[in-house]
Design a binder for this molecule. Structure first.
Ligand code: BGC
Length: 722
């Protein structure tokens, strides 16, 4: 420790160009990094450019389920901290006993950045307690199609919403001095072909649809980004100078570093170095001393190129060491009571009530004396996929266990059947006062594809990766269909044929189509892989201790054909401007449930908005105020959503885009004034020729309400003029 302090102060003093203590104290990470770089040998620099310890990493998962983190760089003598990486998006992954939070998509459905910030702090504290300093939690790709296998790892379909949520997580993580890694840069959104898939996207669509959320976390100071496996316009993202240097550094001024994704994120050293890839993860397969020395000798690259890549990594690591300021966290926080309570709070605040006819929910123990709990997932503990984000949490509460624990001591009995046998289900459902069917997806249906490392074979003939073979990780992949499995549909219909209080609880990573059975049931609650406390949260929602306040972070179509084409095995796909609600708006098609939609056990009114100004210039901000009132008799939370409609919408312009939102908690009959702000600069469009943004002058529509459903939105207009 002392040695480190002495080394650091030597560096600080050397960094300063005069000897006064005052100057020494002002030395910033950039000057420190410059000094370090000037002292380092090529070998020392290359040590900062790749990960190490991947064999131990793999073996530790296989043998003890206690991952030994992969590290990158670090030089004790020079006082450079190593980067120590722990994934993942729903809590520290692959390490027994950590907290499984509800998946990112659930947190997206909470529409609650303050809550997400707290999740970030909790995740970072588990990372610090486990001796690491770098988090792979911020997965923030846009959900173009709900069939994407890794949908559960991101927040939803809208760039503004994804950006706000990802920024909150990043800030939470980084507030403790843990570096966040935002991934996967960019356009990653299909799984089966993740190593070879090529997305063809115009510059305008790339900048306006697929990148704004990444730009937001870059502006917010994210330490690092991970490149995507896929290709973009023909080029691997890890080799793309356009993405990693032109956009990231020149256009956006990014000062952190980029790492490659782990399996095939970098295919050769020269391409990575020319593109601006700072660190190869998880090992120096391409960024080896031998390879780089050869490239320098042949004149293909220079040592200055290496310096330019090492500098951002050094300055970022030094900066975060300063923020961390020696903070340590006791191991007791890992999987501890406070984090379980937070996981439950997230599960409670993210459930989306889609249907509640005859106020079937909440249930009450006076009228419901016998409750049937059926469905393929009633007794299973689904915390999400079995890929790199798998959390080995202990004591995960299943739906039925949570309901039973809740009802203990009451006069309500819980009845169930095993094996989804229709005859038994019918007889149980017919003697109960209400039926809850828990149905949906599992890690067999969707998730990160962990295979041998090539494109997944559509016939699943590929030899298994050893970790998959022994069952620690699962293969995952894109979903084949968006509807429920036939056995669950049968259970729902069986229950509905004999009981008129049937509630379907959906569990999935994103949208599930409901057309085959929606009309037969009274209640539908969309939930997600809900973490370690999922069953307890569900019970509290069903019985009304918690009022659902989640809103869909994606649109649910009536038919899959209403969505953009999605073929998990295609090698090249053209991505247009529209998907999700922008596509429904553009085609004039009604979704089954719109983006932003969600009911409550109470009712709300949102008044017509008042605007600060009706005519604005590009440097102004529009302030929109509404009165939100809880018109029912239970406390509840509503999400006010502000959309802006653009002039001349058509083939190349969306009808409307979400530009601000706020979740508000209200007691019965309480009313609150809520002001949301839209900077006019947020309405700018990208010009690919000049690589600049400009706000079009003209008349815009302001649409305010509690979902993206056009019919329910209040509408006003404003103008943007010079
Ligand atoms: C995934 C990343 C993950 C990495 C390390 C990759 O296969 O795509 O999201 O962070 O593995 O676990």
């Amino acid at each position: 420790m002392l040695r480190k302090a002495v080394l650091l102060s030597t560096l600080l003093i050397t960094a300063a160009d005069c000897s006064s203590q005052h100057v020494v104290e002002r030395a910033d990470p950039d000057s420190l990094a410059h000094v370090l770089l000037s002292k380092m040998t090529l070998r020392q620099k290359l040590h900062e450019m790749h990960g190490r310890g991947v064999v131990k990493f793999g073996l530790s998962i296989l043998i003890s389920r206690k991952v030994r983190p992969v590290k990158a760089g670090g030089d004790h003598k020079l006082g450079i901290p190593p980067t120590i990486f722990l994934d993942g998006p729903r809590g520290v992954s692959l390490r027994k006993g950590t907290t499984a939070f509800p998946v990112t998509m659930a947190r997206g459905a909470s529409w609650d950045p303050e809550l997400e910030h707290r999740v970030g702090v909790a995740m970072a504290s588990e990372i610090l307690a486990l001796g690491a300093n770098y988090s792979g939690a911020v997965c923030m790709n846009l959900l173009r199609h709900p069939g994407w296998g890794r949908a559960q790892e991101t927040y939803g379909e809208d760039p503004h919403h994804v950006g706000e949520m990802a920024l909150a997580l990043t800030n939470g993580i980084q507030s403790l001095g843990v570096q966040a890694c935002a991934k996967h840069f960019a356009v990653n959104s299909m799984e089966n072909n993740r190593f070879g898939g090529d997305f063809i996207v115009s510059d305008e669509v790339l900048h306006e649809v697929y990148l704004p959320h990444f730009r937001k976390v870059v502006n917010g100071g994210v330490a690092s980004l991970m490149s995507a496996y896929n290709r973009l316009n023909g080029e691997y993202c890890g080799h793309s100078r356009e993405l990693l240097t032109e956009i990231l550094r020149h256009d956006w001024g990014f000062k952190g570093y980029v790492t490659s994704d782990w399996q095939h994120g970098l295919l050769d050293a020269h391409s990575g170095i020319s593109a601006g890839m700072n660190v190869e993860m998880p090992s120096g397969r391409h960024y080896s001393y031998k390879n780089i020395k050869r490239l320098i000798r042949s004149g293909e690259i220079t040592e200055d190129d290496i310096d330019a890549l090492v500098f951002p990594t050094l300055r970022t690591k030094l900066l975060f060491e300063q923020v961390r300021n020696g903070r340590t966290v006791p191991c007791s926080v890992v999987g501890g009571a406070a984090h379980r309570a937070l996981a439950r709070e997230v599960a409670e605040k993210s459930a989306v009530l889609l249907k509640n006819e005859q106020a079937v929910l909440p249930l009450d123990t006076v009228h419901v004396r016998k409750l049937a709990v059926l469905g393929s997932l009633a007794a299973s503990v689904e915390t999400g996929d079995h890929g790199s984000s798998q959390v080995f949490a202990t004591d995960v509460v299943s739906p039925i266990a949570g309901i039973r624990a809740y009802l203990q001591g009451s006069h309500t009995a819980v009845l169930t059947t095993l094996g989804q046998d229709s005859i038994q289900e019918r007889s149980v459902a017919s003697i109960c006062d209400a039926v809850v069917v828990v149905a949906g997806m599992t890690w067999h249906d969707e998730g990160e594809y962990i295979g041998r490392g090539t494109i997944r074979d559509s016939l699943d003939r590929e030899p298994l990766n050893p970790i998959v073979k022994v069952g620690v990780l699962g293969r995952g992949g894109d979903r084949r269909h968006l509807n429920l499995h036939p056995n669950d549909i049968r259970t729902i219909r069986t229950a509905a044929s004999v009981n008129d209080r049937v509630i379907v609880v959906l569990v999935a990573g994103s949208a599930v189509t409901v057309e085959e059975w929606r009309g037969d049931v009274e209640g539908v609650l969309q939930t997600f892989y809900n973490g370690v406390e999922g069953g307890n949260a569900l019970a509290r929602i069903l019985f009304g201790d918690v009022n659902p306040s989640g809103k869909l972070p994606f649109s649910v179509p009536k038919n899959e054909t209403d969505l953009p084409p999605f073929h998990p095995f295609s090698s090249s796909v053209e991505y247009g401007r529209f998907h999700g609600y922008t596509l429904f708006d553009n085609k004039g098609i009604e979704p089954r449930y719109p983006f932003g939609y969600g009911l409550s056990y109470t009712t709300f009114s949102v008044s017509a908005p008042e605007m600060s100004q009706h005519t604005l210039s590009e440097s102004d901000s529009l302030h929109v105020t509404v009165q939100v009132r809880n018109t029912g008799d239970r406390p509840g939370a509503e999400v006010v959503q502000v959309y802006v409609g653009f002039p001349d919408h058509g083939d190349d312009t969306p009808v409307k885009l979400l530009k601000a939102f706020r979740k508000v908690l209200l007691n019965p009959k309480e009313s609150k004034a809520v002001t949301l702000t839209v900077p006019v600069s947020d309405l700018a469009r990208y010009d690919a020729v000049s690589r600049t943004w400009a706000v079009r002058q003209g008349d815009y529509r302001l649409l305010v309400g509690n979902s993206s459903d056009n019919a329910s939105l209040h509408e006003l207009s404003f103008s943007v003029r010079d």
